[in-house]
Ligand binder design. Structure first.
Ligand SMILES: [Zn+2]
Length: 255
């Protein structure tokens, strides 16, 4: 049972100013978006200013945020990763803004694994957004291994080391090739910006999926690089089997 708490009214009022309720159009819950929070980031030695937002999807729909805060300490949220977004520039109003929907990659983003190019793409996307002057990097925490989760991704890697390509490894483990959902991220994006966006992706299928999910995309820019002997097969699979366009590709879950 959750512990009943009473909070300092000042604490609740500080938080209330920074929490936005985004009700689900389907009537099955809400997204609680918290931010903006200042986040200066070290990008290759230069400090870039981002505004950071994090969100939580809840069944309960209430403007009484104290009731939501009261549940957090008993909710074990660290067991269920939350997604977030880094925003740069005048994101709501600038005529043009770059968007990246980045699927979490524990091995690539954190450890710098060369089996894929996710870490490279994440950093490059952040740099592109800063150079462009306006944009947002969505970091989607429920997308590990194209939505199969980290443990299953480890199993898929074992299969890949034994000759299965990325797509077949997921299929052999009983998963769909790609089970990622962008619904919440698109709702969050719409609450931050209503104008069209330019999507950073090498994957036209992803662009199409996002359009069908309601994203207003006016253009796409590609992002290639960091190809090595370690990820060449993976990247090749993306082109041959996952509909990616270019002549190099990446290795675990992004795009
Ligand atoms: Zn990766």
């Amino acid at each position: 049972m959750p512990v009943v708490q009473s909070f300092d009214p000042k604490v609740i009022s500080l938080l209330q100013e920074k929490i936005k309720l985004i009700p689900s159009a389907e009537g099955d819950g809400a997204i609680y978006l918290v931010g903006p929070i200042k986040l200066p980031v070290n990008l290759d030695g230069e400090t870039a200013e981002f505004k950071w937002y994090c969100w939580l999807n809840c069944k309960e729909v209430t403007e009484n945020f104290e009731a939501i805060v009261a549940k957090l300490s008993a909710s074990n949220l660290a067991e269920l990763q939350q997604s977030s977004v880094l925003v740069h520039g005048d994101f709501a109003d600038d005529a043009s803004a770059l968007i990246r929907f980045h699927s979490i990659c524990h091995t690539g983003d954190i450890f710098g694994s060369k089996r894929c190019d996710c870490g490279y793409q994440l950093k490059q996307s952040m740099k592109h957004v800063v150079e462009h002057g306006s944009g947002a990097i969505f970091y989607l925490a429920n997308h590990e291994g194209r939505g199969i989760g980290l443990f299953s991704k480890a199993l898929a890697y074992i299969l890949q080391e034994n000759g299965y390509d990325t797509v077949d490894a997921n299929l052999q483990l009983g998963f769909a090739d790609d089970s990622r959902d962008y619904g919440d991220a698109i709702k969050v994006l719409k609450s931050l910006r209503t104008k069209p966006v330019t999507l950073i992706t090498n994957n036209p299928k992803k662009l199409e999926a996002l359009r069908q999910a309601g994203l207003d995309v006016e253009d796409r820019v590609q992002l290639w690089g960091d190809v090595s002997d370690y990820n060449r097969n993976y990247l090749e699979t993306k082109i041959q089997r996952s509909g990616h366009l270019n002549d190099n590709e990446r290795c675990c879950n992004n795009d």
